[in-house]
Design a protein around this ligand. Structure first.
Ligand code: ZN
Ligand code: FE
Length: 257
């Protein structure tokens, strides 16, 4: 039986440890020490490292982990991460044999140019780094709005029950913005209360699910007339095309406090 453990790091990162009680694979170890501590606490031996993109808060712990463990490093083909031993892109399927874990690779450019996500079809898990967040999406550091919208659409096409393991606890601030742009959405208002209660008890709001994101995440709702109407009223929008709506949302969110 595989489970996923959230290992908090830095201010608001989650490093994900997929394990079966004996072996483990880590997703985006930005820091080695909390991973080493978790492996020792649960008596797990590391079998693989999986990387979604090149940012330091996702790859910074890799050199230290490789000092301690000899394991393959799976990662995106186009991000120039020196420690990657298995370079991946869309359509690749990888296996972590110690865990009986199979993952399909999805190209999700936008946050960075070569960002990838890992989808476990059997478990219905997706590890999407800084692409889709609970209630939001990653900033466009290297890619275009067109790329990010296409990437998010691929993730949105996964089964509704798919659990979304994103890399940051940004949910409450994302949902505050979501309420600003989608104030009539009752599912969103109910979600905000539920997520606030989790944070009040110091419980992660991640993983979310694709189904919940499709109903409440404005960045997956650029075809919603109500969102386009509100952007129009506020003067953020000149066309109702989904790409214009998405671009306006991302732009507004960048400066939203
Ligand atoms: Zn990032
Ligand atoms: Fe990050």
């Amino acid at each position: 039986m595989l489970t996923v453990l959230a290992v908090p790091a830095f201010q608001d990162n989650y490093l994900w440890l997929i394990h079966d009680g004996r072996h483990a694979a880590v997703v985006d170890p930005g820091d080695a020490s909390p991973i080493v501590a978790a492996l020792e606490a649960h008596q797990l031996s590391l079998a693989a490292i999986l990387l979604t993109h090149h940012h330091a808060d996702h790859v910074g712990g890799v050199p230290d982990l490789l000092q301690r463990y000899t394991v393959p490093v799976f990662g995106p083909r186009h991000e120039g991460i020196p420690q990657v031993t298995q370079a991946l892109g869309e359509g690749d399927r990888i296996t972590v044999p110690q865990l009986g874990l199979e993952l399909d690779v999805i190209d999700v450019p936008g946050h960075t140019r070569g960002h990838i996500a890992y989808y476990a079809a059997t478990q219905r898990w997706v590890f999407c780094g800084d692409t889709l967040f609970a209630g939001g999406c990653g900033r466009l550091f290297e890619g275009t709005p067109e790329q990010m919208l296409a990437s998010l659409s691929k993730l949105a096409a996964l089964p509704d029950e798919t659990q979304v393991f994103c890399a940051h606890e940004y949910t409450l601030s994302n949902l505050r913005f979501a309420r600003e742009v989608d104030p009539q959405n009752d599912v969103l208002l109910t979600r905000i209360e539920a997520e606030q209660a989790k944070r009040d008890h110091n419980v992660p709001t991640v993983p979310s699910t694709i189904g919940v994101e499709k109903k409440t995440n404005p960045f997956l709702r650029s075809k919603e007339p109500a969102i386009a109407d509100l952007l129009m009223q506020r003067g953020h929008l000149s066309s109702r095309e989904p790409i214009a709506v998405f671009t306006a949302l991302r732009h507004w969110k960048n400066s939203y406090r």
